[in-house]
Each structure stands twice: as C-alpha cells, then as structure tokens.
Design a protein around this ligand. Sequence first.
Ligand code: NAD
Length: 330
Amino acid sequence: MGTKVLVTGAGGFIGHHLISYLKRSGYWVRGVDVKYPEYAPSVADEFVLLDLRRIENCLQATENIEEVYALAADMGGMGFISEHHAQILRDNSLINIHSLEAARQNGAKRYLYCSSACVYPEYRQTEIDVTPLREEDAYPAQPQDAYGWEKLITERLCRHYREDYGLETRIVRFHNIFGPLGTWQGGREKAPAALCRKVAVAKLTGSHEIEIWGDGEQTRSFCYIDDCVAGMHKLMRSDYREPLNLGQDRLVTINQLADMIASIAGVRVMKRHVPGPQGVRGRNSDNTRLREVLGWEPQISLEEGLARTYRWIEHQVAATRAPSEHTSGT
Ligand code: NAD
C-alpha cells in the first residue's frame, strides 16, 4: 500500500482534482469534507464526512495518516470573501488550528497548508500594472480581507509547529486556480467560472450582454488546476519550508479574460460594467522562487485552460436550462 495521505476539503474543487492526481501517483488517500464532490465521484480510498472545526473530528480524520494536504476552508470568490469576514475568520481558524494539532497528536510526518495570494498587503496591489509579488512581500502585513489575515496566521502556526514540534510543514500560496469541476454558480464562484457561465448563458439565449463587476480593468494571473495539483505534490516532496507562490505570472485584465472566453465560445459579447466587489486593483505572482525551488513552473497556457473550463461549464449551463430555453437564439 502507498503512503497514507489525508486530503481535507476533498469535496471541493482543488481537493477533488488533487485526490485523482495522488491516486494516479500510487498513494492511499482518505478524503474528508462536510460534503461529497458535486460534479463527479471521488476516487479516494476512503471518503469521510466530518466537520473539521471540531478537534475530535480532526483526530478521526488524521488517524494513521502520514501526510496531510490541508485544503478545507470556508471560501469563495470576491463576492463571498468581501461579505463574510467573521464567518470566514472563525471557521477557517478553527479548521486549521484543530487540523494541525490533530496531525501532530497522531504523529503525521508532513503537512502541506494551502494559503493564498490574498495574504499580500493591499498597499502593494493598488495599480493595474502591478509589480509581481515575491514571497517576502507579505510583510509588513495588511491583507485586504479577514480571509487573508487567517491565512497569514495559519502560515505562522505551521512554521511554529515545525520549529517547536518537528512536524514538517509546507506552505503554498495559490494565485487564482481555475478549471472544470469547480463551483460555477450560486455566489461562491470565482471570476473565470463566473465569466464562463455568463458567456455560455449569452450564447445559449442569444442575449449577448454580460455583466462585469467594476470597470473590468483590474488585473490578475490565472493558473490551471492540473498545474496546481502537480505543483502541490512537488512542494510536499521538496525540502523547502517557507511559503511559496504557485500560479502563473501572465497578467490579464478581467475585460481581456471575458474577451478570451467569448472568443473560445465563438460569440461576440457586449460587456456591461456594473458596481460590484473587485478586490485589489492588480495582482501578479513572481515565480522566481518557484522556479528555483521546484525547478518547474506551471505549463498550461491560459487559452488552453480556459478552453477546457469553458467546454465543461457550457455543458453544465445547457444541462440545467429548461428544454424550451435551449432553442431561443441558437
Ligand atoms: P472549495 O470551496 O471548492 O473547497 C473547500 C472545501 O472545504 C469545500 O468542499 C468545503 O465544503 C470544505 N469545508 C468547508 N468547511 C469545512 C469544514 N468545517 N469541515 C470540513 N470541510 C470543510 O475551494 P478550493 O478552490 O478547492 O480551495 C481549496 C483551498 O485552496 C482552500 O484552502 C482555499 O482557501 C485555497 N485557495 C484556493 C484558491 C483558488 O483559486 N481556488 C486560491 C487561493 C487559495
């Protein structure tokens, strides 16, 4: 039997893909979440429904486990993160403090924590043409939202658990991960999925106007899910103990992202700019350290990743629409 691994947040987007990757790589995997994956069954050897805010559940989850990938979090896109500060800070603190402590008590050897580009200070992200963020730029700290503050505190806790208790911790800071089998509607979806959905609806209804939050000139980089899970595994296997960016370093505006998706869909869309949460003005990943540490960086182009994601979301949108709606405008 391969190394026994726990993936928390196994019912979520990245956790689900990570389990498929780890199974292909020969691991024995236990998945834990408060819900099963929404869009495809998990290939985990065991899948247990547990609320990881409670220490006794974390102890059950980490029993006989050698390595933990800690992904469980109460999270979503800007719309969700900017509206639920208390809930996010409370739930994610409980999940992470208890998961780490339970891993220690049960003798786990390695623990990879999923942090976020949201830890970076607001004052470094005020321009569209932003300087890419290096890992050391996280301090002096001033994340925009409670979500980022909690990530910073757990990064710190991981460091102290390594120093004080010898648990080998790894910390990855994701920059906008996207791909198929992720949330695409309901309020927690992120920009790539939301835009794919809006374009697909526009295509299927023939009403070619889509809404964009703000002026659409805010910038980000986006990383495809297959690169994300490959990078996580490489980091877990490496000796590198400090926080590490994992993302693409190609900066695009949200308007450009919408145009790329429309072009993949083969439709022309009119963008209507409406008030809405936009997050920081610009954010990009500096991948210098990622290349140095892992001898690798994400491979899949934004165009290719978006094409795969759009095809899946268009299929979801078509499948959830009433039969009579399918005919209009197509
Ligand atoms: P997701 O929301 O799809 O997955 C998170 C999972 O955690 C969900 O399935 C949710 O049910 C589960 N969860 C929430 N509360 C729980 C609890 N009390 N007990 C057990 N499980 C619980 O999100 P994702 O995109 O897969 O993100 C995974 C991790 O990566 C998260 O920690 C997130 O903060 C981090 N991250 C993601 C991105 C991104 O672009 N997707 C960017 C930065 C950081």
